[in-house]
Ligand binder design. Structure first.
Ligand code: NAP
Length: 283
């Protein structure tokens, strides 16, 4: 039980729905381990009350918040400032209290970067395949371009979705065109929800030839811990990673922004182990 007193600082999450979030677990764990007097709580916010929620949180001296579905884009108009990468992505998942309002960041993208660094996965000079063209894909594409990827094949079920994210260095295509991707070895990132409940045991692309072109595959899904996409990457001879480290580091980076301090590596390691336990993962 947390020892809440008159000096306790408040952090929170706004979204809808929020029942299944792991963020309170992550942040309250870090506060406890680092002996910082703060508490993190979920706030269920109704669609038409987002503006009131952001203003109200500021008035109540909430010093930091996460933002989740469906508000990652909508929240931008209520911010005082926005970080360059978050602006480029067009989505914010972390609010940091500044003078007269909040500054928005996208720690999903930064979290993926730190996860990749921790797993020894290079971006610079690589060529990539990104599957999906939703919010997650947008963050992945912006990050890869910023970090020096040579080119991206952006594959989506509906080609129009991929075309909306097309820019210099990004070639949009429908799933029916993936055979056109030249035979080389790519870094691939799977950003659709296919592979998690209720589509467990499925991958958005199930063509074995496609997977022979992947040297490293990252699935943003972490529940289940291993997905069909990951299995197919391994069967094709590549290395496969899930999204739990991205989740871990997006939380750690938000926490570091709020508290203006680095979380030590040994605590990050312990948090990762605790997250796996929380998700009933025994590996
Ligand atoms: P989203 O915006 O709803 O993206 C949906 C994308 O998935 C679209 O490209 C859509 O294609 C595609 N899609 C949906 N159902 C499909 C199906 N049956 N077959 C093929 N493609 C399908 O979702 P998001 O916010 O990007 O999130 C996507 C995933 O990333 C989720 O699983 C989420 O949990 C995960 N995620 C993980 C982290 C992390 O920290 N690990 C962070 C963010 C997101 P169309 O355009 O053709 O409909």
């Amino acid at each position: 039980m947390k020892n809440v007193n008159g000096r306790t600082r408040l952090l929170g999450l706004i979204g809808n729905p929020i029942e299944h979030t792991l963020s309170p677990f992550i942040h309250n764990y870090l506060s406890e381990k680092l002996s910082i007097n703060e508490v993190y709580v979920p706030f269920l916010v109704e669609q038409e009350r987002l503006k009131e929620a952001v203003r109200g949180a500021y008035a109540l001296n909430v010093f930091g918040m996460n933002v989740t579905i469906p508000y990652k884009n909508q929240v931008i108009e209520y911010l005082k400032e926005i970080d360059v990468l978050a602006k480029e992505i067009g989505a914010v998942n972390t609010l940091v209290r500044i003078k007269d309002g909040y500054k928005g960041y996208n720690t999903d993208a930064l979290g993926l970067l730190r996860a990749m660094e921790s797993q020894g996965i290079a971006i610079k000079g690589e060529e990539a395949i990104v599957i999906g063209a939703g919010g997650g894909a947008k963050a992945v594409v912006s990050l890869l371009l910023k970090e020096g990827i040579k080119g991206i094949y952006l594959c989506n079920r509906h080609k129009e979705g991929a075309q909306k994210l097309a820019k210099e260095g990004v070639i949009p295509m429908g799933f029916d065109e993936i055979k056109k991707i030249p035979y080389k070895k790519y870094l691939a990132v799977q950003t659709t929800p296919v592979g998690m409940f209720p589509k467990e045991g499925r991958a958005p692309v199930e063509d074995e030839e496609f997977y022979k072109k992947i040297h490293t595959g990252i699935d943003l899904i972490y529940r289940p811990f291993s997905t069909k996409f990951m299995e197919m990457v391994k069967e094709g001879g590549g290395k496969a990673f899930n999204g739990l480290k991205m989740l871990l580091y997006q939380g750690v980076i938000a926490y570091e922004l709020w508290n203006d301090r680095k979380v030590p590596e040994d605590i990050i390691y312990l948090l990762y182990e605790e997250l796996k336990r929380e998700l009933n993962i025994s590996e």
